[in-house]
Design a binder for this molecule. Structure first.
Ligand SMILES: Nc1nc2c(c(=O)[nH]1)N[C@H]1C(S)=C(S)[C@@H](COP(=O)(O)O)O[C@H]1N2
Ligand SMILES: [Mo]
Length: 394
């Protein structure tokens, strides 16, 4: 760790100019995997392709004997097992989940942490019991401020030993609009271990850190929760000493299904001249995405993409939406990107919004594309910056 135990105040480090990803970050990047961008083609992310982020270890957590304790400032504390939850009216929500650190590794200076590019996102159908039903049954007492959610995983972070825990304001936890779930199923099956088996919180529209996995307790408090993941991590700060603003809802973002085929090392896309149908997904935690625009020149000029209609039954309100755009590729190099605007008018910036933790960087994607005819084979072109041309299979 390189930091003394108990040294709570040590801020997250910023990489030195030109400093590459080190072994610690590589280890995090390898265990917390991204969703491959081609998986943006699916409405629901297939099993195993959804991104994963776990601060510590995946705990040994199984259904048998698991208990969720609901207590604190409530009239009737409850202890419920997965079977008792399953016997209650169930709700299934399609939710796009995104890590607050998505885009962090694109920042300069780069906050040293899990070095996400843009793949820390995925969409799943989560089934469970509305949290408000459980809190109503327990009877929240007057003066309640926060509901604190604690997971079974344990670790040390910047010198602070802790169980992973996050809170929501009691109004959000009880809210009709936010539809917070205590989920026991993902895509119709039990939660996989890495996604929180046997129980997790799902907070539609909020960044990933709020969706506490391996959930073992919900504690209603009459003072604001000041645990590490609430008061120290996940705050938007410019300077290390600022209190900062809490990270909450997902900022709008659109990404492309990469067109054509990739170069092995650089991931530059190779397409042929002529019509290239583009598609991607767009989402926001601030209301539905109402507009997506596409740029083929790195964000200088924009044209409207076509958004798929929202499902009439409202089932898509927390999920990404597909968009399409008919692009005509001309020979040469291009930088593709798309930008989303949500119902509240929030629009993705072309320049990255920087903060010390590297949170909520929803800058417009920059996807390099080389358009080349078959005869001028891109293999000789330095777009294939690796040793092998794009035709060399691996
Ligand atoms: N108990 C627990 N819950 C957790 C975490 C964790 O480390 N421990 N990580 C959070 C973060 S930062 C994210 S982005 C999401 C990731 O959820 P996923 O792995 O199911 O995609 O889980 C959240 N819930
Ligand atoms: Mo996250």
């Amino acid at each position: 760790m390189g930091r003394g135990p108990g040294d709570i105040s040590t801020p997250a480090r910023l990489a030195d100019p030109g400093e590459g990803i080190g072994p610690d970050e590589l280890a995090l990047a390898a265990r917390n995997h991204a969703m491959p961008p081609e998986a943006l083609r699916y409405d629901v992310t297939p099993p195993g392709l959804h991104y994963v982020l776990t601060h510590y270890d995946i705990p040994a957590a199984e259904e048998d004997g698991w208990e969720l304790a609901i207590g604190g400032r409530v009239r009737r504390p409850l202890v419920l097992g997965p079977d008792e939850l399953r016997s209650r009216p169930a709700v299934t929500l399609r939710v796009t989940l995104e890590c607050a650190g998505n885009g962090r590794a694109l920042l300069s200076p780069r906050p040293v942490s899990q070095p996400w590019l843009t793949g820390a996102v995925g969409t799943a159908d989560w089934t469970g019991v509305p949290l408000r039903d459980l809190l109503r049954e327990a009877g929240v007492l007057p003066g309640a401020v926060d509901a604190v959610f604690t997971g079974a995983d344990h670790g040390v972070e910047r010198g602070v030993e802790q169980d992973y825990a996050r809170a929501l304001p009691i109004g959000t936890a009880l809210g009709e609009a936010d539809e917070v779930l205590v989920a026991y199923a993902m895509n119709g099956g039990p939660l996989p271990p890495q996604h929180g088996r046997p129980l997790r919180l799902v907070v539609p529209g909020w960044y990933g850190m709020a969706h506490v996995k391996w959930l073992r307790s919900v504690t209603v408090t009459d003072t604001p929760f000041d645990g590490f993941q609430q008061a120290v991590a996940y705050r938007l700060r410019q300077g290390a000493d600022e209190e900062g603003e809490p990270v909450t809802r997902i900022a709008p973002r659109a990404l492309l299904v990469p067109p054509g085929f990739p170069d092995f090392m650089s991931r530059t896309r190779v397409v042929r001249p002529g019509p290239v149908p583009l598609e991607g997904r767009a989402w926001s935690g601030g209301g539905p995405v109402v507009r997506v625009e596409v740029s083929a020149d790195g964000g200088c000029s924009w044209r409207d993409a076509e958004l798929d209609p929202e499902p009439a039954d409202g089932s898509g309100r927390w999920a990404w939406r597909r968009w399409r755009f008919d692009w005509t590729a001309e020979p040469g190099r291009h930088v593709l990107g798309a930008r989303a605007t949500d119902a509240r008018g929030a629009r993705q910036p072309v320049r990255p919004p920087w903060n010390r933790g590297g949170f909520a960087n929803n800058e417009v994607q920059r996807l390099p594309v080389l358009c080349a005819a078959v005869d001028d084979g891109p293999a000789d072109d330095d777009a294939a910056t690796g040793r092998d041309g794009p035709a060399a299979g691996r």
